[in-house]
Design a protein around this ligand. Sequence first.
Ligand code: GLV
Ligand code: MN
Length: 198
Amino acid sequence: ADPEPVQDFCVAVPPAGGGAAAYPGFPCKPASAVVSGGFFFAGLAGAGSTDNAFGSSVKPGNVLSFPGLNTLGLAINRVDLAPGGVNPLHSHPRAAELVHVVAGQVLVGFVSTAGKYYSKVLTEGESFVIPRGTMHFQYNVGNASARAMTVFNSQLPGVVGAAAALFGADPEIPDAVLAKSFQVDAEIIKLLKSKSRK
Ligand code: GLV
Ligand code: MN
């Protein structure tokens, strides 16, 4: 989904302060200054903590954490799920996602623009693909911890969290808009906001 590269590589000069993506990527380090380590990333070794309300952890390997990905149209995440844990509903505006389960039993699902729900329970070694921009999740349906690697055709797929975008936006979307949109009482919106606002 990203623009085609115009050179072999463009290991990014790490953006100051984590920064937003420049178009069509970040500036390149001079090629003569790039060593093998520029193409290496160890940040997905080890599980993140799943000791949270979702029982899940997502460690990102995108251009912000892994500068060697700059201009290459690729990213990878590590998703860890405690038993019953969920990587909650979200979408990626800039990439399709390939989910590859490495351990455990994971229900993966997405909804198409036709409103059809597609899903599958995956075990070790199995993959599922999530079309760009569609709302999706991973849910651990086994009784042991589960792990998936997720791969993207963008160096920075972006994440729109369903609950975060609707009920955790800053500043807030007015309660009246949300209540009308979902055809529920404002009290329900307030409850949902209380879970999502930081
Ligand atoms: C999983 O859906 C991920 O975005 O890593
Ligand atoms: Mn995803």
